[in-house]
Design a protein around this ligand. Structure first.
Ligand code: SF4
Length: 327
């Protein structure tokens, strides 16, 4: 991987509570190369959004990063002072949050919001160049430049979301993190917004992380997929590997839960509920819900096997099977 991709190692986020420390993200490691798309899926509380927020220092107290690195080139995003991080946001790493469209300021025109984003990052240009820059940004997400003169309430949800993507891409960040960017939109608009995001990423060559839970969307959009459960990455590989030959029983259950026409009438959920991070089960955190669990699973906590970059899983049985296959 070249130096401009993202390399995350052992990212750990702890929430300090009255009952003690809770590991919301436990030693997450992954790479996202330039132009590559990594999806992160998991149920709510799995740590996927916390991972995203940690990478751009937007965690709210009592959450804090207690370990790990997240480097892009020679910049460790986790070590930047707050003022430096503000400078690097949009320039190095951009975040498009869930419902980003609601983050637009309702009393400022769209054009003014682009200009403010540029001014916040010290971009000072003559008026005609500034106008051209804003218009080009709008056109890059297939919006008419006249949108610059409108207020957010005059735009549809999909248009507002495209404005947010354009602002996120304004300074050519090397990493873009999109956290369920289409969750509030209808399916047709969802598709348009994802196409816009994908095109923008291809043009800039940024690394992209898509956070979500929609496996169908992941299948269409990402190159690699990380599955999180109870604060840990339990499987990571290419999208084809994870969807076609999932190694972790939780990933298998997620894949099986995607509705298929051939199985009309059958709904496959995952039995049980996500465990509380304050009281994780001993051994493998998934064992109370795992259809394959054996005695050892109640005592031993599996770590991701294999080397970064390979198809990895954190499951005792998957590791045994892998060992047997090479023996
Ligand atoms: Fe299931 Fe055991 Fe693998 Fe955990 S380690 S996923 S409980 S088989």
């Amino acid at each position: 991987m070249t130096s401009s991709g993202l390399r995350v190692r052992d990212l750990t986020v702890v929430y300090r509570t009255d009952d003690g420390d809770v590991h919301a993200v436990d030693r997450a490691s992954f790479d996202v190369g330039p132009g590559e798309r990594l999806g992160i899926v998991g149920e709510s509380g799995s740590g996927k959004t916390t991972t995203a927020l940690a990478l751009i220092q937007m965690l709210r107290p009592p959450g804090r990063v207690t370990g790990g690195t997240a480097t892009i080139g020679d910049v460790d995003l986790l070590r930047l002072a707050p003022a430096e991080m503000r400078r690097h946001r949009l320039q190095t790493a951009s975040y498009v949050p869930q419902g980003a469209m609601n983050s637009l300021n309702p009393v400022l025109t769209i054009g003014r919001q682009f200009r403010n984003a540029l001014a916040d990052h010290g971009v000072r240009l003559p008026e005609d160049e500034l106008r051209a820059r804003v218009h080009a940004a709008l056109e890059s997400v297939e919006l008419d430049p006249r949108v610059a003169g409108l207020y957010p309430h005059e735009l549809s949800g999909g248009m507002k979301q495209r404005v947010c993507i354009a602002i996120g891409m304004l300074l050519g960040p090397r990493l873009i993190i999109a956290d369920e960017p289409t969750s509030a939109l209808d399916v047709v608009t969802q598709r348009q917004v994802m196409e816009t995001l994908g095109r923008q990423q291809q043009v800039t060559g940024a690394a992209l992380i898509l956070i979500g839970h929609d496996m169908g969307l992941m299948a269409q959009f990402v190159d690699r997929l990380a599955v999180m459960y109870a604060g840990r990455i339990v499987e990571i590989g290419t999208i084809r590997e994870v969807l076609e030959t999932p190694r972790h029983p939780y990933s298998r259950a997620l894949v099986a839960s995607v509705p298929r026409l051939a199985q009309r009438g059958e709904l496959h959920g995952i039995a049980g509920v996500t465990p509380s991070l304050r009281r994780l089960p001993e051994g493998c955190a998934f064992h109370p819900r795992c259809v394959d669990a054996i005695d050892r699973c109640r005592r031993e906590r599996p770590a991701l096997d294999r080397a970064p970059g390979e198809h990895r899983a954190a499951c005792l049985l998957a590791a045994d099977a892998a060992r047997e296959s090479v023996a």
